[in-house]
Design a protein around this ligand. Sequence first.
Ligand code: SAH
Length: 350
Amino acid sequence: MKEAIDIKSLSLAGVTEALAALSEKPFRAGQIYEWLHARQAADFDEMTNLSLSLRARCKEVFEITVLEPVRVLSSRLDGTRKFLFRLKDGNVIESVFMPYHYGNSVCISSQVGCRMGCRFCASTLDGLVRGLEVSEMLDQVYRIGKITGERISHVVVMGSGEPLDNYENLVGFLKCITDGKGFGLSARNITISTCGLVPQMYRFAEEGIPVTLALSLHASGDETRRELMPVARKYSLEEVLKACDYYFEKTGRRISFEYSLVHGVNDTPGEAEELRRLLKGKNCHVNLIPVNPIKERDFRRGSGAEIVNFKNILEKSGINVTIRREMGRDIEGACGQLRRSFQSEASSVP
Ligand code: SAH
């Protein structure tokens, strides 16, 4: 038997082609695409403007990827909800729903695991399993919208995985989710976070999808950055910052720099001064993230006063800085932590 086609991963042109192979007219493809993406249908039986026979035929040829929530944790502190989803092949991924004053944001994963090896990150401890399909990225947003009953206005690709290491599927996901015939999210309300894969950053600047690019900076000099992030051994700070400038020139979107503060490693006032010099004159935003300790490593965060002092030093130069508001601290908010605790529970079951 032929394997079913993952129809939610197809563009409208792709659906049209697949339906032409079934001798169906293009407008049928438009209808199906709308059901899948504008209305997030989970089953062909919901598609009531299709004949019963076409629905039956579609069920034979296609499959609709729908993620299965295996655990949902709700923060009592701030309304954050964390979802652990099971994929068709049994892998699990995590996504987060965050209500903000400006709208509801969903943070999605782009890969199962990660191979970038950042020292403080839980997602990468067991390496990369695989990149997510377009449908698996989309359905994190769709399922969370359906389950919460809330309108999702913002998406951040900041969960597990390195989005630019799953390039084709990331771009497919972005084209689909911003498509006015589908979910119709504004590119301006999407942020992609990268550890700094330089060639892919240049390529991404040419895609014509003006999302916000966030760069995980985490240090003001190459030496410290290499200690924390193996990818920095491949691309220097100078190279990665140049790629950021290029992205800004091409898209007009100012870069957001993420800086996880790790006590005694990159959070000294001296580091803040260096960072201030490095970013001076750039049209950017710095997001400070007090490191979320993971049990596999002994990284810690500094005191509240030290963190505020770091911020003040940057602000003195007119740099726009925020300290990431911690969301869902009581529900294992840090990337990859929930998946890991689920896996270790599952493997300790006799
Ligand atoms: N691969 C992407 C997305 C990673 S998650 C990237 O590297 O940007 C989003 C941000 O959280 C990144 O800046 C990442 O470095 C940071 N991060 C991961 N684990 C963390 C932890 N335990 N504490 C603080 N920040 C963390």
